[in-house]
Design a protein around this ligand. Structure first.
Ligand code: MG
Length: 227
């Protein structure tokens, strides 16, 4: 029986990627760097999950930008997170249409809700505080984020840790994801997946049990059909 829903954050709960991109660019500028990530480049870099990893991927392609130390990347990423969380706190991002209603209905039904994401805990907290208010910790009692695991999506580690903290077997849980890496991560942890297209989605959702074009399509009836 499905009694737990585990959500990805970026792209799934909210369309965050454009604000992430702007925050990266502002951090680069603050550090006196002339790096600019335009939309096309960012779409490419999204193939790599995790902010520090994304900067590393950029530098591995732009060999004239290096060498940059791990410490410098961490400092840049810390600054980017400060900028991103301030933008989110100022209300620049809303939950995707249909998400608030779906979360409310799932809670009414007694389902457990959790988060499994490669974004930082600070980013998750800023987004959920701004959109759900201080009660967000009651809405999502288990949050696995950022550097709590060493291998990010598409590795199964975030989902494996979420299952352990929830004390649930994979067959009781469904993952909700918007990216190929996210779908692969959840599948590798043994979960069934509902894939929802987002602004930056890659189109390959192979292996997902359900594929939706928008979050308004999320419903408890979908879960009954999966069970
Ligand atoms: Mg995502």
């Amino acid at each position: 029986m499905i009694d737990t829903l585990i959500f990805d954050v970026d792209g799934t709960l909210a369309e965050t990627e454009e604000v992430h991109r702007l925050a990266f660019n502002r951090a680069f500028s603050d550090f006196g760097l002339s790096w600019v990530w335009d939309e096309a480049l960012y779409l490419d870099l999204l193939a790599v999950t995790g902010g520090k990893e994304r900067i590393g991927q950029y530098l591995s392609r732009e060999t004239d930008k290096g060498p940059v130390t791990t410490e410098a990347i961490a400092a840049l990423h810390k600054r980017k997170t400060e900028i991103y969380t301030r933008m989110v706190a100022e209300g620049e991002i809303a939950l995707r249409p249909g998400i608030a209603e779906f979360l409310a209905r799932a809670r009414e039904r007694g389902l457990t809700l959790a988060i499994a994401t490669t974004t930082t805990p600070a980013n998750v907290e800023a987004l959920l505080l701004a959109t759900l208010g201080a009660q967000w910790r009651d809405v999502f009692p288990v949050v696995v984020a950022g550097d709590m695991v060493s291998r990010k999506k598409p590795a199964p580690d975030v989902y494996v840790l979420a299952l352990r903290l929830l004390g649930k077997p994979a067959e009781n849980c469904v993952a909700i994801e918007d990216s190929r890496n996210g779908v692969l991560s959840a599948l590798a942890a043994g979960l069934r997946v509902i894939a929802v297209r987002s602004a930056f989605s890659d189109s390959d959702f192979t292996g997902a049990s359900v594929k939706l074009d928008d979050c308004a399509g999320l419903s408890l009836e979908l879960l009954e059909n999966l069970a």
